[in-house]
Each structure stands twice: as structure tokens, then as C-alpha cells.
Ligand binder design. Structure first.
Ligand code: CP
Ligand code: NVA
Length: 312
């Protein structure tokens, strides 16, 4: 059996192409097993997942909690009213407490460094459930959904339209590792950071290409998958109006979709702000796979937890 190499899932950067292939193989097996037999083998029986949320969540909380139930384990939810990492007590002290109670820990934080530090201090596996910098579980679900629909990732053109944010960053790294052509099209001032583009380009294998541009109409030409996300992420609420003005030409609408391949997939991590970054016609249209993507969060995370806990 192949050995899963990494202790934590903090960034897409901490994975290799082989790790992602292994995650996707187990995802497919566990998903098929549940569909066929109505249940999974309880490979995580007796295991406890802790979940720390400094920001709101629908999908991440539910998909981890239900995923753990499917595999015979339990999940415990701690929100920001009980918890402010580094405020009530230090990240180090939280880490040293949590490892005494939990087998695995998922965190959604503002600070990416807090998750990096938690992984460094903890003996137990740490999963990034979204930070200001990255959303690796989301990128895994997004790429897995493309494989389900298209059968492969290598050579697929994935165009992210909107803010060069946490989701775009994880998608850039994941695309680099899986031989895809990734383009992030954003208005001036909101493009994917140069350091992210350069790092993703250094990570690129299997002919992958990574690009950031402001020319959205050129970017979406020939796309196999168009992706968008909110213009103001959690923590940026005060910038909502100024961002709405800056992003107006970057709405994923019918006229933009018409420039991509006719069977182009439409992805969105959700929550969506309908009428802002995406129109009802596009998110509810025949190209949209957004709810398959949401469900696949659970399937890929089940595989990630199984592998991180050495039960794959
Ligand atoms: N896509 C995603 O992470 O959704 P939530 O913010 O609802 O968890
Ligand atoms: N970029 C968004 C993603 C939400 C899942 C945010 O950080 O709020």
C-alpha cells in the first residue's frame, strides 16, 4: 500500500501529485462504497475530529461532521464565541490541549500562520478548513468534480474569474500539480499575488501552465471550466462596495460563458452572491456543477481524514 507522506493538510503546497492521486482514488472508492452498500466501512471508528471556526460556515462544518459520521467517528464543533486562537490562550497552548483530546483537528481561521503553527506544535494531523490565504479542501473537491465530469485533469483549462483570493491560490497550486492550464482573471489591484503565481509555476508538472491576467474576455476563451467566488471574502465586508465597483466587468454571466467551450463546466465554492459575481442564469444553468462540487467536499475530506489517520 502506498504511504501518505504528509502529517497535515495546511496548504495545497504540502501535497504532491501522487498524494492528490491517492486522495482521489480513495474518494472514488469510498463514494462508490456508500452509494452501492448504503454505508462505509467504519474505518475511523473511535476517532474524534475537533473543528475550530473563527469564521462562518455552512458546507465545511456539515461536510466534515457528516463525513466523520459516515466513517464511524465523531466531530466536535467549537466556534469563535468559545475560541479566539491566540487571544484567550496561545496557539501553542491550544495545540497542546487539543492533542490530548482529539485525534485530528480542522481549523478555519483568519490567520494562515495560526494553522501553520498549529501543525508545527501538534502531534495530531491538522487540516486547513479555510484561512485568509488558502482553501485546500475546496480545491480538492473542485478538481475531483472536474475528474468526475471529464475523466481527467491534465490539459484542462480552468479559468478563475474574480478576486485572486484564498480559493484562487489553492486552485493555482492544485492545477500546477495536476497538469492543468490555470488562468486567474481579475481587475487591476485584485490579481493573484505574484509570489503565488511564481510558486505555482515552480510547482508545475505534467505540462501545467499558470497565469494571472486582467483581460477576462481573452482568458475565458476555450475554457473547460469557469470558476468564480465572492468579490469580498469573509473579513473584507467593509470593502464590499468598492469591490463591487471594481469587479463589475468580471461577473460570470451568460455573455462571458458564451466565450468558453460550449460544454464548459461552471464551478463556485459557495456561498454565492447571486446577481453579483454570478448570474442566476449561469449558476442554475446546464453548465453548472456547483452542488456536485459542494457534495464532493464531503467525499474528498473523508478520504483526506482517512489517509491522515493512516487508515487508507
Ligand atoms: N465553500 C465553503 O467553504 O463553504 P462554507 O464557507 O459554507 O463552509
Ligand atoms: N473566498 C471566500 C470563500 C468562502 C468559502 C471567503 O474566504 O470568504
Amino acid at each position: 500500500m502506498k504511504c501518505f507522506r504528509t502529517k497535515d493538510l495546511v496548504s495545497m503546497e504540502s501535497l504532491t501529485t501522487a498524494d492528490i492521486v491517492q486522495i482521489f482514488e480513495l474518494t472514488a472508492r469510498q463514494k462508490k462504497e456508500r452509494a452501492k452498500k448504503g454505508a462505509n466501512k467504519p474505518v475511523l471508528e473511535g476517532k474524534v475530529l475537533g473543528m475550530i471556526f473563527e469564521k462562518a460556515s455552512l458546507r465545511t462544518r456539515i461536510s466534515f461532521e457528516v463525513g466523520m459520521l459516515h466513517l464511524g467517528g465523531r466531530a466536535i464543533y467549537l466556534d469563535q464565541t468559545n475560541f479566539k486562537l491566540g487571544e484567550r490562550e496561545s496557539v501553542y497552548d491550544v495545540a497542546k490541549n487539543m492533542e490530548r483530546f482529539m485525534d485530528i483537528l480542522m481549523l478555519r481561521t483568519f490567520s494562515h500562520q495560526a494553522i501553520v503553527d498549529m501543525a508545527r506544535y501538534s502531534k495530531i494531523p491538522i487540516i486547513n478548513g479555510l484561512s485568509d490565504d488558502e482553501h485546500p479542501c475546496q480545491a480538492l473537491a473542485d478538481l475531483y468534480t472536474i475528474i468526475e465530469k471529464r475523466g481527467e485533469l491534465k490539459g484542462q483549462k480552468l479559468v478563475f474569474v474574480g478576486d485572486g483570493n484564498n480559493v484562487a491560490t489553492s486552485l493555482a497550486y492544485a492545477s500546477a500539480l495536476m497538469g492543468m492550464h490555470f488562468v486567474c482573471a481579475s481587475p487591476e489591484g485584485y490579481t493573484l499575488k505574484n509570489e503565488v503565481v511564481e510558486k505555482a509555476q515552480r510547482m508545475a508538472v505534467l505540462g501545467a501552465t499558470i497565469e494571472a491576467t486582467t483581460d477576462v474576455r481573452e482568458a475565458v476563451k476555450n475554457a473547460d471550466c469557469l470558476y468564480t467566488d465572492v468579490w469580498a471574502s469573509m473579513g473584507q465586508e467593509k470593502e464590499k462596495e468598492i469591490r463591487a465597483a471594481a469587479f463589475r466587468e468580471y461577473q460570470l454571466n451568460e455573455s462571458l460563458l458564451a466565450l468558453a467551450k460550449p460544454d464548459c463546466l461552471v464551478e463556485h465554492c459557495l456561498p454565492a452572491h447571486r446577481g453579483e459575481e454570478i448570474t442566476d442564469g449561469v449558476i442554475d444553468g446546464p453548465n453548472s456543477v456547483v452542488f456536485d462540487e459542494a457534495e464532493n467536499r464531503m467525499h474528498v475530506q473523508k478520504a483526506v481524514m482517512t489517509l491522515l489517520l493512516g487508515r487508507g
